[in-house]
Write a protein that binds this ligand. Structure first.
Ligand code: NAG
Ligand code: NAG
Ligand code: NAG
Ligand code: NAG
Length: 962
């Protein structure tokens, strides 16, 4: 009887349990439904054969659900109340979804919850002041959301907490100091919250005796790091980086026996680095970007576990301690940008699995260590800008892990180790500015895309078997002793964007058939002995923006195809060219582009070369009478011409040889003659390869327009003419906040005019470029500064405009060169970009616009002009280069916005610009992504670099990326 009762009870319990299990299954199915059935949960279906406890997101105990791990499942809706019908739920992880709304207080009903992870969602608002109702919580992870205001005291009442992660949110108040009284805490991170009201670390912080992980970067902590930090005996990881800390680094930090990772980067700490005492466990130390002085302590050589040591961007002096070179765990050593002198210990690499070895921008002398790659793991080598000498170690030729080698600006001599060129993974080899010699390699590593070897003594011919050079993007071999011709095979390289071969001894004709320089933007063959004609195909290169062929022996005509280029920089000076220059190039922007070519002439005198005469000149011995007669005749001629012009200008200008056709897009308060009469030099406010932009006051009330004049010296054929009209009509009908309204177009036989509303405060040039500010343009006050928020707004506006063009008008304008021109000629985009693009009828490639957009971003962040940068580099190149070398971005930011609290934002925008110029167009972001990223740039935690790191060849070596 008793046994029967027992059996029955068991049965009842079993039935009961299976009922609960079924209920739990129903909860899950309802959950899935309430989240609108994300495809990531397609496998959540009832089945007889297996229990829901087998689904990967679920963990059960005795058949009841205890854990839900719903990570990264594309959940876009809020958490429903009934989730707490899972009565035994102890762990809930919903991180990496897109859940919106306030903190889900529905979870208060989950009475057994111990572990809650809601990180990486879109939660916002306050952390509730009664969150302590979840009294059992041991882990509260709310990081990377948009919670704002204060971190309330209620959090500090969750006495059982062992893990508290609140990093990366929008807190703009304070955090409650009692948090530091949560004595069970093992992990605490409040970092990357730089809107926190500035504060000092509270005195009681060292009471956290169980704390292992303490991460407080970038949250406005000021003051000193207290000696008592050593009271936190359990500490393994300490991050105080990116805070305005002052004082010195207390030696007591190194008394923390368990400390393994120490980050105090980018603060204002100064003084010397303390002698490390007993921190034998230290494996990562990052003290970069501070004001540290003095020597690198000798005891660093005893840190047997040291894996990564970053001391770059300080003012450290003295030598590199000998014993550091033989540390058995050392993988990354970064000492760049200090004043370190002496020689590099030659043992480096012999005993360590080195991956990164960076000592650039110091005063190091002597030979380079032989065995850096001994461990077979070295991928990054940066030693540029020192005084190193001797030959490059032959062992570098057998180091197949190498990714990036930067040895430029030293005193290295001898040959480049043969194997280095073919090193299997090498992407960039920078050797410029040494005394290296030898011939160019016939074979290159297929991954090598950047070779810089200028200012050396390389000699011999450019090889003609270059199939393995196919992936080269930048090749700079200027100022060497290269001879022979420019082989046609070089023109096959499809990815090449930059080819610099100036200042060599190249001779012979240029190849006439340029096969595939589809990506070439910069070509410099200046200061050689190249002869023969300029190949007309150069004029057809689709994205060429800089061309320097000066100081050669080129002869013949300038190919008319050159009129189709959109050049920011052109130099054909000092050759033997002859004939008239193409009319389209008769532009003040090119007034020093044709100097010293005896046979060349122009129809305008501002071109600083001979003015073309219609008849050949007669040299004659003239007598005084003749001179007088000629003078009178000339004077009369001038008078006549002036009279004629005055009259003509009342109708239209003489270079309009047919009746202009005006197409209005809205009602106008001016006529075409108002426009035509204003097209004179004093009204020019910008010019580029294809024409000029005028600022014209069109009627007495002061209405001002910007007129873009596109000169076409050849008559457009009828089809193109029609197309022009059609396209312009589309543009005229675009209504978008960020695209300047096109008022009308005026079409004449050899000239097209596009008339826009003139935006006051226009032309970024005037705002940004100091040079131009000296020459005031009416309407623009010179001492106004364009502050960062305005600049960001401009960037965003321009991006939105372009984005709109790309997405809404893709088909219609796809093969018309208007998109770039369209970005507001006034407010949004500087003249360099706006003016340089139209008239060529070059196909618009969205990704090329993205590339051009980088120039806008760079101009906005650095205040430099598009063709500025460095001597031979465009702004885009220069920006990349600066970044690539790991120089601090703050160095290049426009002084006027530099001491600004938005420095991180500005760096983000600068970096975004760099990603817009990624070598492969396909890896550039779309304009849509650019807009999104610009929007996020105002979020201080957003790090553009993280998103794009994989796009950069040199990613792992882009220093100081914190
Ligand atoms: C589930 O919760 C119930 C009620 O709170 C409890 O009796 C049971 O022991 C729990 N089961 C497990 C496996 O935690
Ligand atoms: C569960 O939620 C309901 C509705 O919000 C509420 O009325 C109830 O008191 C909650 N139960 C517990 C135990 O908190
Ligand atoms: C803090 O941020 C919230 C949300 O963005 C905002 O409403 C509030 O005004 C801010 N408070 C302060 C003091 O800036
Ligand atoms: C072109 O080169 C000549 C010297 O060869 C120089 O005087 C001139 O300024 C250069 N022009 C441009 C546009 O760089």
């Amino acid at each position: 009887m008793a046994r029967l009762k027992e059996t029955l009870l068991t049965l009842v319990w079993l039935v009961n349990k299976s009922q609960i299990q079924d209920q739990e299954l129903q909860v899950l199915l309802k959950l899935r439904q309430s989240w609108q059935d994300p495809s990531s949960l397609d496998h959540w279906v009832a089945s007889n054969s297996s229990s829901h406890c087998a689904w990967p997101e679920i963990k059960c105990q005795e058949g009841l659900i205890t854990e839900l791990n719903l990570v990264n499942l594309n959940i876009n809706y809020s958490i429903p109340l009934f989730i707490c019908d899972l009565k035994n739920l102890t762990k809930l992880n919903l991180s990496y979804n897109n859940i919106p709304g306030e903190f889900p207080t529905v979870l208060y009903n989950c009475s057994k919850l111990v572990y809650l992870d809601l990180s990486q969602n879109y939660f916002e608002g306050l952390i509730p002041s009664d969150i302590d109702r979840m009294a059992d919580l041991q882990a509260l992870i709310l990081a990377a959301n948009s919670f704002s205001f204060d971190v309330p005291a209620s959090v500090a009442r969750l006495r059982r907490l062992r893990i508290l992660h609140l990093y990366m949110s929008e807190y703009n108040g304070t955090y409650h100091e009692e948090i530091f009284g949560l004595s069970n805490l093992e992990e605490l991170s409040l970092g990357y919250n730089d809107k926190f009201v500035p504060s000092q670390l509270p005195q009681n912080f060292t009471a956290l005796k169980k704390l292992r992980f303490f991460s407080m970067p970038q949250m406005n902590l000021f003051g000193r790091i207290l000696e008592t930090v050593s009271d936190m005996e359990a500490l393994e990881h300490l991050d105080l980086g990116k805070n305005p800390l002052t004082g010195e680094i207390p030696g007591s930090i190194f008394a923390l026996r368990n400390l393994s990772e120490l980050y105090v980067y980018k603060t204002n700490v100064s003084g010397s680095i303390p002698q490390a005492v007993s921190a034998a466990n230290l494996s990562v130390i990052d003290l970069s970007l501070n004001n540290l002085m003095g020597n690198i302590p000798e005891v660093f050589g005893q840190l047997k576990n040291l894996y990564s040591s970053n001391l770059e961007f300080n003012q450290l002096s003295g030598g590199i301690p000998e014993h550091v070179a033989s540390l058995p765990a050392l993988s990354d050593i970064r000492l760049s940008n200090n004043n370190i002198s002496g020689t590099i210990p030659l043992d480096f690499g012999k005993f360590s699995p080195l991956r990164r070895f960076e000592v650039a921008f110091n005063n190091l002398t002597g030979a380079f260590p032989e065995q850096l790659c001994h461990g077979g793991t070295l991928f990054g080598l940066a030693a540029m800008d020192n005084n190193l000498s001797g030959e490059l170690p032959g062992s570098l030729g057998n180091c197949s892990t190498l990714l990036l080698v930067m040895l430029n600006n030293n005193g290295f001599t001898g040959n480049v180790p043969a194997g280095l060129w073919m090193s299997r993974n090498l992407t960039a080899l920078l050797l410029s500015g040494n005394g290296l010699t030898g011939e160019l390699p016939k074979e290159l590593s297929p991954k090598l895309n950047r070779i810089e070897m200028s200012n050396n003594k390389f000699f011999g011919k450019i090889p003609s078997m270059m199939s393995s050079w196919r992936n080269l993007v930048v090749f700079d071999a200027s100022n060497n002793l290269l001879s022979g011709t420019v082989p046609a095979e070089l023109t096959v390289l499809p990815s090449l964007t930059t080819l610099l071969l100036g200042q060599n001894k190249l001779s012979g004709n240029l190849p006439t058939d340029i096969v595939s320089w589809k990506s070439l933007t910069t070509l410099d063959l200046s200061h050689n002995k190249i002869s023969g004609p300029i190949p007309s195909k150069i004029g057809l290169l689709p994205v060429l923006t800089q061309l320097d062929l000066s100081d050669n022996q080129l002869s013949g005509l300038i190919p008319p195809e050159f009129g189709q280029l959109n050049l920011n920089r052109l130099n054909l000076s000092s050759n033997r060219l002859s004939g008239p220059i193409p009319a389209i190039l008769e532009n003040a922007a090119y007034d020093v582009s044709f100097l010293n070519n005896l046979g060349l002439c122009a129809s305008n005198s501002f071109m600083r070369i001979n003015v073309c005469s219609t008849q050949s000149r007669r040299s004659s011995k003239t007598n005084l009478t003749l001179i007088v007669i000629l003078a009178i005749a000339a004077a009369m001629c001038v008078l006549l011409v002036v009279l004629f012009m005055i009259r003509a200008s009342r109708k239209n200008r003489d270079w309009f040889d047919s009746t202009p056709k005006l197409t209005p897009f809205q009602s106008l308060n001016f006529t075409e003659s108002n426009i035509l009469s204003g097209l004179k030099e004093p009204n020019v406010i910008g010019s580029g390869g294809s024409g000029k932009v005028y600022r014209i006051v069109v009627n007495p009330s002061g209405h001002t327009v910007a007129v873009k004049r596109i000169l076409n010296n050849r008559k457009l054929d009828e089809k193109l003419e029609k197309q022009f009209v059609a396209e312009v009509e589309i543009l005229g009908n675009i209504k978008h906040l960020h695209i300047v309204k096109l008022l009308c177009s005026i079409s004449c036989e050899n000239s097209k005019l596009l008339v826009y509303d003139y935006m006051e405060n226009s032309s970024l040039d005037h705002w940004l470029h100091k040079k131009n500010r000296l020459s005031p343009v009416s309407g623009v006050s010179n001492n106004m500064i364009l502050d960062w928020p305005k600049r960001l707004q401009i960037a965003l506006g321009a991006a939105k405009g372009l984005c709109y063009m790309h997405n809404e008008f893709k088909e219609k304008i796809a093969d018309f060169g208007l998109a770039r021109m369209l970005a507001k000629p006034g407010e949004a985009v500087s003249m360099t970009v706006v003016a340089g693009s139209f008239g060529s009828l070059a196909p618009v490639n969205e990704k090329i616009d993205v590339y051009s957009f980088e120039i806008v971003l760079s101009e906005l962040t650095t205040g430099r002009e598009a063709h500025d940068g460095n001597e031979d580099m465009g702004l885009a190149e220069w920006a990349y280069f600066h970044f690539d070398q790991g120089k601090p971005i703050s160095d290049v930011i426009d002084e006027e916005i530099r001491d600004n609290s938005s420095l991180d934002q500005i760096s983000n925008v600068f970096k975004l610009g760099i990603f817009c110029t990624a070598k492969l167009p396909s890896t550039r972001p779309t304009m849509k992504e650019v807009v999104q990223m610009l929007l996020k740039c105002s979020d201080p935690h957003y790090d553009v670099e993280k998103k794009f790191q994989h796009n950069l060849d040199a990613a792992p070596l882009l220093g100081n990326s914190k």
